[in-house]
Design a protein around this ligand. Structure first.
Ligand code: AMP
Ligand code: ZN
Length: 468
């Protein structure tokens, strides 16, 4: 399997460090507000990776942090803590803000059928680990204490810039940052900040304060995954400074390589611009659900463009996703009705080809659009052929196997139409037979109000839930 590694800027053959066990870390939400669907593009990608590795038979340990302190309103060290801004605005304490939006995040995770990670460490519950890491950096001479905090001296770590290309020399040659006179070098970053006004503070050997944003990911990933682990993901905005700083801190402290593969998800765009809180051009998962789309339709949109391409979000995209899922489900439903006894070799061929193409596409840096194309190609080929019942059952099993990764089907729920609705459908059929179309239409409307749609097919009426 090959994955594009931001660190080496090319696709590389991937195998886990530990046999059959993949250890992954994903930058998680900063819980000061509902996550928007751009954030969820990154989280759904993490889930696709997890599910695909499991599909391939690997054991996966997956960690996603919950940032509940230290993420400033700018990606640099300046500005205010996002949690504090929200707390002041809502006149609540930052912990209740954090817990509220964390709960909202998990609702969205479930709506999007994301498998729960094995650990969701909260930054505020790992302060001792961060303090220990900072102490190590101070002792080794990579960090220093200044008047307003403890900083990492970027000139001391030789590899600074290897992920993003932003080496100290290049940074110094480029645009100047606002110089904080407390720092030795303008690009040094905060490990710990002193701020008597901050609402969340902890005692540390060098003074009371709160941790920087980068140090939390270093401390928590190493705690749950070890000093060197396989994969770290995040959105493309994480490359610099966040991930560059994570590498510097972790490798300076342990003297070992930190992460083997760095995978970055390109932005979800709206009208060609990054979807973000600060631009105000965002939708939350809940906004989309309120408009009548199901979580799995949104999931389909978020996952179906290759993660290293920008995804332009549109409502037409959601409608197309809904139609695509329906095509898959209708295929499974129609296969359930197949009763033929004789095999058609074209079906065997179609199934074999689909499985091979799906795996090949996913093995090639998670080329999910090609993997989905393989699924639809199979549907077309089987629909053109005449499968036996046995072959139809195999086709159903294969669709469910693909769905272990895709997680968009809901065929069972579709089959379970309530008796009340079925009774109305029967009465409508009688009315139609008696050419009483007014009654037939009234019943159709009654069924619609119950959340179901009647489709008249040559084989008779078919009932579908309206909601998805
Ligand atoms: P945050 O809650 O700001 O810490 O971000 C959580 C994750 O979402 C990070 O990995 C970001 O890089 C990612 N992210 C933020 N905006 C977008 C976007 N428009 N498209 C894709 N990923 C994003
Ligand atoms: Zn992070």
């Amino acid at each position: 399997m090959r994955l594009y590694n931001t660190l080496t800027r090319r696709k590389e053959e991937f195998a886990p460090l530990e046999k059959n066990h993949i250890r992954m870390y994903h930058c998680g939400p900063t819980v000061y507000d509902h996550a928007h669907i751009g954030n969820f593009r990154a989280f759904v990608f993490a889930d696709i990776l997890r599910r695909y590795f499991e599909f391939r038979g690997y054991r996966v340990t997956q960690v996603m942090n919950i940032t509940d302190v230290g993420h400033m309103t700018t990606d640099a060290d300046e500005g205010e803590d996002k949690l504090e801004v929200a707390a002041k605005r809502q006149r609540k304490d930052p912990y209740s803000i954090a817990r509220f939006y964390e709960a909202s995040f998990f609702e969205d995770v479930d709506a999007l059928r994301i498998r729960r990670a094995h650990h969701y460490p909260r930054a505020t519950e790992h302060i001792p680990e961060m303090i220990a890491l900072i102490e190590k950096l101070l002792k080794k001479g990579y960090a220093y204490k200044a008047a307003d905090g403890v900083y990492f001296d970027v000139t001391k770590f030789e590899g600074y810039g290897k992920l993003s290309g932003n080496t100290v020399e290049r940074l110094m040659a480029g645009a100047r940052v606002a110089v904080n006179p407390n720092k030795r070098n303008p690009y040094d970053f905060a490990l710990w900040k002193f701020d008597p006004k901050h609402l969340m503070q902890w005692d540390a050997p060098w003074g009371r304060g709160f941790p920087g944003w980068h140090i939390e990911c270093s401390a928590m990933s190493v705690k749950y995954l070890g000093e060197t682990f396989d994969i770290h993901t995040g959105g493309e905005d994480g490359i610099f400074p966040h991930h560059e700083c994570e590498i510097a801190q972790s490798e300076a402290a342990t003297g070992k390589p930190f992460v083997r593969f760095w995978l970055h998800v390109r932005f979800l765009l709206v009208d060609g611009q990054k979807m973000s809180k600060s631009l105000g051009n965002f939708y939350t998962v809940k906004d989309i659900l309120k408009k009548g789309y199901s979580g799995r339709v949104l999931r389909y949109v978020l996952m179906s463009t290759h993660y290293r391409k920008n995804l332009n979000f549109t409502f037409e995209g959601l409608d197309a996703a809904k139609a695509a899922i329906e095509r898959m489900e209708n295929f499974v439903l129609s296969m359930q009705d197949v009763a033929g006894a004789s095999d058609d070799p074209a079906v065997d061929e179609a199934l074999k080809k689909a499985e091979k193409d799906f795996v090949e596409a996913m093995d090639d840096d998670i080329e999910i659009s090609a993997a989905l194309a393989a699924v639809f190609e199979m549907i077309r080929a089987v629909n053109r052929a005449s499968p036996s019942q046995k072959q139809a059952q195999r086709a159903i099993r294969l669709m469910h196997r693909f769905d272990e990764v895709l997680a968009v089907l809901d065929v069972e729920r579709k089959k379970e139409v309530p008796e009340e609705v079925l009774e109305l459908v029967r009465r409508r059929q009688e009315a139609r037979k008696a050419k009483d179309y007014a009654t037939a239409d009234a019943i159709r409307e009654q069924v619609r109000k119950l959340g179901y749609l009647i489709e008249d097919t040559p084989k008779g009426p078919r009932v579908k839930p309206l909601s998805d």
